[in-house]
Design a binder for this molecule. Sequence first.
Ligand code: 5GP
Length: 113
Amino acid sequence: MATIFDKIIAREIPADIVYEDEQVLAFRDINPQAPVHVLFIPKKPVATLNELAPGDEALAGRLVLAAAAYAKREGFAEKGYRVVFNTNGDGGQSVYHIHLHLLAGRAMHWPPG
Ligand code: 5GP
């Protein structure tokens, strides 16, 4: 099912895009939970982590590597950051197109809420 992120990929609605390659798009979260809050998504629509299939290893890995590269580029890799994949209801997922949340710019707490 199409989500708001498909519209961002298709440039049908605006987003503050910070990174793009053939398979990955990254843009600032509209409701940031930290000074840096960027979402890394695959251009291929996959609803949740549960729908990742054999063959998607590289795609999932690209999200993580793109986030780490962004952290290094932006200069907060050493200080630290958090990545999160919310999954389904208990995980707090609201958009059913997988996305890696990259949060940085403040100390994170544990356990998360
Ligand atoms: P989830 O709750 O599914 O893990 O995260 C979805 C995220 O997408 C939320 O943090 C929410 O603020 C963000 N979001 C929802 N709609 C839009 C949008 O239209 N543009 C952007 N940039 N972020 C969005």
